[in-house]
Design a protein around this ligand. Structure first.
Ligand code: ZN
Length: 199
């Protein structure tokens, strides 16, 4: 995929899938609670093996087809069944694993404004990366376009990091994630980022 255009527009279909994303269905989801609005977007980072980019391992992990004998770290995550809704690759390419209408298993034990089990009411986006290196310009373009598209269909009030809703347990997306860059590119109000100091 070529670097995404800054004017990239993504569109959601009636079943909660982004039309322009590569569709890689994961079984690691279930139904959202009846009547609960989807009002939180959670930003994560992931790389498999940790610190290595560009392979198929993240999608394999989310689709329960990772070869757990292939790397010592993969042995540590044997039997773990998780998936985000989305993964943004280093080149900005977008992959989707779970419909946004369904509850993907991305946040684990978590709490937001006194509400636990954030998977119930959130959409999870993984950025291919680590806590230790900057994300790419292409990733911000895709994440911003995705944020805009999702906000047209879901009453998303807040964008939070995994570390914000699981403090002490999670650190992603980490110190290199530029929240104000996302805020500008996705035309978010400062109130949408309650965990970030105002600029
Ligand atoms: Zn995470």
């Amino acid at each position: 995929m070529n670097a995404p255009d800054p004017g990239l527009v993504l569109t959601l279909d009636a079943d909660g899938w982004i039309r322009e994303a590569e569709r890689l269905p994961s079984p690691n989801f279930d139904r959202r609670p009846e009547g609960m609005p989807t009002d939180l977007l959670v930003v994560h980072n992931i790389s498999l093996p940790p610190g290595q980019f560009g392979g198929d391992e993240i999608a394999a992990f989310f689709q329960n087809r990772l070869d757990h004998d292939a790397h010592p770290f993969f042995d540590e995550i044997r039997g773990v069944q998780v998936s985000s809704h989305f993964l943004v690759r280093r080149d900005g390419a977008l992959q989707q694993f779970v419909s946004c209408d369904a509850r993907a298993w991305h946040a684990g034990a978590s709490s937001f404004e006194g509400r636990t089990r954030c998977n119930d009411f959130s959409i999870g986006v993984e950025l291919e990366g680590t806590d230790d290196v900057p994300f790419t310009a292409a990733q911000y373009v895709t994440l911003a376009a995705l944020t805009r598209a999702l906000r047209e269909h879901y009453p998303i009030q807040t964008v939070a990091g995994h570390a914000d809703i699981a403090p002490g347990r999670k650190t992603d997306p980490g110190p290199y994630f530029e929240w104000q860059r996302l805020r500008r590119m996705a035309a978010l109000n400062p109130e949408a980022l309650p965990f970030q100091p105002a600029e």
